[in-house]
Write a protein that binds this ligand. Structure first.
Ligand code: AHG
Ligand code: MN
Ligand code: MN
Length: 334
């Protein structure tokens, strides 16, 4: 067997990408990998444990019913961030407001993390892939004080690192620090993430489209036209139409498209005029990864990472995937 590169070794080797690196980002990425192993372990046995599966009995600020695993994952990540010392505050989907860390130890941290602790939570009970998505920024507030809202509301283009963990047929961690995208698979027998997908590149085009087509008649008619007159036709040079693939976990749909090529669309609808997906902890981190892998992420009109966020749980319409496919879909919008 060829020598495996563990995530930890990889992170240490890459520290030199950042001149004057102090090792804090490296430690933060390692902390994230530890929390993901804890969550992965819970996900893997969820069906057997009443305290892990099912609804928590609360609704979050977005009006969505929280699942027990949403809360377990949220706590697992918050706990490593609070005890790591690199992070001065966080924001997550499951907390109404951002959380400044008050301890002397955390106040010295230079980073903030925004995250979706469990994406695709409607898939938990039915054993379908789910994930964690995270975005890391350098704080803009003074070091030595707790994080502020301004630390959280930064454009995606200012991300220092972003990634996701997919609890799929295997558990994978995929991340970027702005020097390409690399993917690591968790080997459960040794409890280590090992480099399995070096230098990931999204094919410039593909043959799969992902959208909740139940929304087709309540969104921009250009999208219906794109799907019906483009995706669902046999295009010149092809032998069959595109394939529709919608898992309903953004992170899993994105991961498939990253590897195979494809497009994911969650547009504005008459029910959700701003779309459904959250800019700060769903769209921006995946946009950073997409761009680093040669793909594209837009609102249908503008680049996602240029948006100046106005609020923590802001939603945007989202088009992400293979560059040529996203450009093509945008041409249809009215
Ligand atoms: P979350 O579980 O974190 O709330 O996110 C769910 C998101 C996303 O993962 C998925 O693609 C989308 O919501 C599904 O929405 P529809 O059920 O409207 O298709
Ligand atoms: Mn989500
Ligand atoms: Mn979630």
């Amino acid at each position: 067997m060829a020598k495996l590169t563990t995530l930890h070794e990889f992170i240490m080797d890459r520290q030199g990408d950042f001149p004057y690196a102090t090792g804090e980002l490296s430690r933060l990425l390692s902390d994230i990998s530890v929390a993901s192993k804890v969550v992965s372990n819970d996900v893997r046995r969820a069906g057997l444990m009443d305290d892990i599966i099912g609804a928590q009995g609360n609704t979050n600020i977005q009006g969505e019913e929280q699942q027990k695993l949403d809360v377990i994952a949220d706590n697992a990540f918050i706990s490593v961030f609070k005890t790591g010392g690199e992070v001065c505050g966080i924001a997550s989907e499951e907390n109404d407001d951002f959380m400044p860390f008050e301890s002397e130890f955390s106040k010295g941290g230079k980073y903030v993390v925004l995250f979706d602790p469990l994406d695709g939570s409607s898939n938990i009970d039915v054993n379908v892939s789910i994930g964690t998505i995270f975005s890391i920024y350098r704080r803009v507030s003074e070091k030595g004080s707790p994080a502020t809202l301004a630390d959280m509301l930064q454009e995606g283009a200012k991300q220092i690192a972003a990634g996701y963990v997919l609890y799929g047929s295997s558990t994978m961690l995929v991340y970027t620090t702005g020097f390409g995208v690399n993917g690591f698979t968790l080997d459960p027998s040794i409890g280590e993430f090992c480099l399995s997908h070096p230098k990931m590149q999204m094919p410039t085009t593909g043959r799969m489209y992902a959208m909740n087509e139940g929304n087709i008649n309540i969104c921009d008619p250009g999208i219906k036209e794109y799907i019906e007159t483009y995706c669902q036709q046999i295009l010149e040079g092809a032998s069959k139409p595109y394939s529709g693939r919608y898992i309903g976990s953004l992170v899993a749909d994105f991961h498939r498209n990253l590897i195979k090529g494809g497009i994911y669309i969650y547009p504005s609808t008459t029910v959700d005029p701003d779309g459904r997906l959250r800019l700060l902890y769903e769209c921006n981190p995946l946009a950073f990864i997409a761009e680093q892998a040669g793909g594209l992420a837009t609102t249908g009109h503008d680049r996602v990472m240029d948006i100046v966020p106005k609020e923590l749980h802001e939603r945007i319409p989202f088009f992400i995937g293979s560059k040529e496919m996203v450009e093509q879909a945008m041409n249809f919008l009215k």
